[in-house]
Design a protein around this ligand. Structure first.
Ligand SMILES: CC(C)(COP(=O)(O)OP(=O)(O)OC[C@H]1O[C@@H](n2cnc3c(N)ncnc32)[C@H](O)[C@@H]1OP(=O)(O)O)[C@@H](O)C(=O)NCCC(=O)NCCS
Length: 146
């Protein structure tokens, strides 16, 4: 695992990973728009210089939102997502973030398991949030100061 900052120039590759790994992928315009925020931070993992996974967040004051986390299928179940999440949460905590929020499809048992193992707690639901059919579950992690 080799982590580095997610750069705008990664977005062509990440757009492809979005299409391959999500039912509702972000397109390049959406990915590029993240870089117009001062408070966007993302990490990519590379394996032999190929992007295998990524995570991005926006933060403001005490709150942050994880916008996306993904590990490409051939690289799953090696602890990459857990490590990416742990690393970005550390970064956010160091910048004064106390609450890290995220949304996940009710059916995404894999991601829910990952988040619950990291200590995220379910705090709400958004009915028919995805494509006006599937509910989103809202999770939060309280970041403990060092
Ligand atoms: C969810 C995702 C990011 C997990 O990536 P990963 O690198 O394989 O995850 P890790 O190896 O770090 O696994 C961490 C934990 O996640 C859970 N998990 C991962 N894959 C799982 C699977 N196939 N079934 C059940 N739980 C799973 C487990 O709790 C696992 O902990 P364990 O290894 O102690 O069992 C990856 O499957 C993915 O990109 N999926 C498609 C995109 C997506 O759904 N993203 C989340 C959107 S909210």
């Amino acid at each position: 695992m080799t982590f580095r900052r997610w750069e705008k120039s990664d977005n062509e590759v990440i757009e492809r990973l979005e299409r391959e790994n999500f039912a509702d992928p972000w397109n390049k315009r959406m990915l590029d728009s993240c870089f117009s925020y001062d408070n966007f931070y993302g990490l990519v993992d590379t394996e032999n210089e190929v992007i295998a996974g990524y995570v991005g967040a926006v933060y403001s004051g005490a709150d942050a939102d994880i916008m996306n986390v993904c590990v490409d299928a051939p690289f799953r179940r090696r602890g990459i997502a857990r490590a990416l999440m742990t690393e970005i949460i550390k970064y956010l905590g160091e910048r004064g973030v106390e609450n890290v929020f995220l949304e996940v499809r009710r059916s995404n048992a894999t991601a829910i398991s990952l988040y619950e193992k990291l200590g995220f707690i379910k705090v709400g639901e958004r009915k028919r949030y995805y494509e006006n059919t599937e509910d989103a579950l809202v999770y939060v992690l309280t970041v403990k100061g060092e």
